[in-house]
Design a protein. Structure first.
Lengths: 81, 398
């Protein structure tokens, strides 16, 4: 999936953090953002690969994409619903 | 021609099997059922599964080594629960290697502080409750020890307050992230780490199986069995990321009910299996029933619950997370083990244990005919509350 064309409004760097911190921070950051804006989360926690998509879907937001980057972390692009 | 297609189709099968087992995480409900079966095998083999006895053995060695304890503890390689923990670590390590997920993970400093505090609280809570999330809750409930429910209530309370703390902390002390160490250099190395990982994982499993035979040769088959069963637990739990912390915490954090359902299913399945063994006296009534109802369970549960959320792992998930390279849990395990060894004799000598309650065997109170339906109703209620909360988010605190 080519996510390079998407510019995010905010970047949440959660690299190195593990459960529950990435989820906690993502939810909190997303809450304070306006509808339609895009949050980019950087994470290394394997659990986030399940947690974030599930949360995004249940919360009425949209997961634009999720990709593993060469530098060794995962980018999640979330559009707030 | 015939040989070629046989081997190539076998390779295809093997690749398909590998993909099915390791490409995606296992569903927690499935892992929960497997766990119930493995735990039953533990009981038939010798003892119900537990992790803190092993932690205490390791902690005892530290205090013996520095001269505080006079008695030499049993060697960690000859202690059944120590071996079970080592097996769990090995199984989780193997699982993460096989899934190409193992990584050494470095975290911001504040995470390690929480790991230390969480570890101490988990150790202390386990001593008070006479068990952690495994022996004090999962196994206790499954073997019909009333204190399991007291600990469950305690863990709900402890988790709630710990989550409140974490929310306050990310507001007041937003921590910097820790970018991963440059793995880009790995591509220039001769060995491709990604390709090698699964083979190392497979080798670890073979080593543990071989060790089972070694123990057998030493006439210690019982110990070898604990090592092997521990490995199965570690494998199953890591593959599914089975986490008791999530079952308690997610209700308040995101409303996610997945782990509640998985734990409820697993515990009911285990309880039914234990009922089969206990009802007709295949297994003694008292097996697994020693936790102190109710102050011990409740108080220990609150403290343990708070600690596990801080540390990011419970008694069992600390081990499998440590196995996948999560350094925060490496740090948490140290005070967990040490505080177990430290507080157990302290509380025992101070006469606390008698004041915290006594073992209560539920079928003796309610009879089997009532206990089993009550269990079914109780856990169904727990699941229904979690499902309701998922939709309404009434219990979610932010």
């Amino acid at each position: 999936m080519d996510l390079s064309g998407i510019t995010s409004d905010k970047v949440l760097d959660a690299r190195g953090l593990t459960c529950p911190m990435p989820m906690l921070k993502t939810k909190k950051t997303l809450k304070d953002m306006a509808s339609g804006t895009i949050l980019e989360v950087w994470g290394t926690d394997p659990g986030s690969k399940n947690d974030i998509p599930t949360f995004v879907q249940k919360g009425g937001h949209q997961l634009l994409g999720m990709e593993d980057v060469a530098e060794g972390y995962t980018r999640y692009l979330i559009k707030k619903g | 021609m015939g040989n070629n297609s046989f081997w190539s189709s076998t390779k295809e099968e093997a690749r398909g099997l590998y993909a099915a087992l390791f490409d995606k995480d296992w569903p927690p409900w499935m892992a929960g059922l497997l766990l119930a079966v493995i735990c039953t095998v533990y009981v038939l083999w010798r003892n119900p599964w537990g992790v803190i006895a092993g932690y205490r053995n390791w902690g005892d060695w530290f205090f013996y080594g520095i001269g505080t304890f006079a008695d030499r503890p049993l060697s960690p390689l000859m202690h059944n629960f120590s071996l079970s923990n080592i097996g769990l670590l090995g199984g989780a390590l193997a699982s993460s290697l096989l899934a190409r997920q193992w990584r050494f993970n470095r975290q911001p400093g504040i995470e390690y502080i929480k790991a230390l505090v969480g570890g101490v609280l988990m150790g202390f809570g386990s001593v008070v409750a006479a068990g952690c999330n495994v022996g004090g809750f999962y196994i206790a409930v499954g073997t019909f020890s009333a204190s399991g429910f007291a600990m469950m209530a305690g863990m709900i309370i402890g988790t709630y307050f710990a989550l409140r703390y974490l929310l306050w902390e990310i507001e007041k002390f937003p921590s910097k992230a820790s970018p991963p160490a440059a793995p880009a250099s790995e591509k220039t190395r001769k060995i491709d780490w990604n390709k090698v990982q699964p083979y190392i994982g497979g080798a670890i499993i073979l080593v543990i199986i071989a060790l089972f035979y070694v123990y057998g040769a030493m006439d210690q088959t019982m110990l070898g069995g604990f090592l092997f069963l521990g490995m199965l637990v570690g494998l199953v739990m890591h593959r599914s990321r089975f986490c008791f912390v999530a079952a308690f915490r997610d209700v308040f954090m995101t409303g996610e009910s997945k782990m509640v359902r998985a734990v409820a299913l697993s515990i009911v399945a285990y309880a039914l299996l234990m009922a089969v063994l206990k009802w007709l006296y295949i297994t003694e009534d008292g097996i697994g029933v020693y936790n102190r109802f109710w102050l011990g369970g409740l108080g220990g549960g609150i403290i343990f619950g708070f600690g596990m959320v801080l540390a990011g792992g419970c008694g069992s998930s600390s081990l499998w997370r440590a196995g996948e390279g999560n350094t925060k849990l490496w740090v948490a395990l140290v005070p967990f083990c040490l505080s177990m060894s430290f507080f157990y004799p302290l509380l025992q000598n101070a006469g606390w244990f008698d004041k915290l309650g006594s073992a209560v065997y539920l079928p003796a109170v309610f009879s089997w005919e009532w206990t089993l339906p009550l269990y079914g109703i109780f856990f169904l209620l727990w699941v229904l509350i979690a499902l309701w909360n998922e939709k309404s988010e009434k219990l979610v605190i932010f």
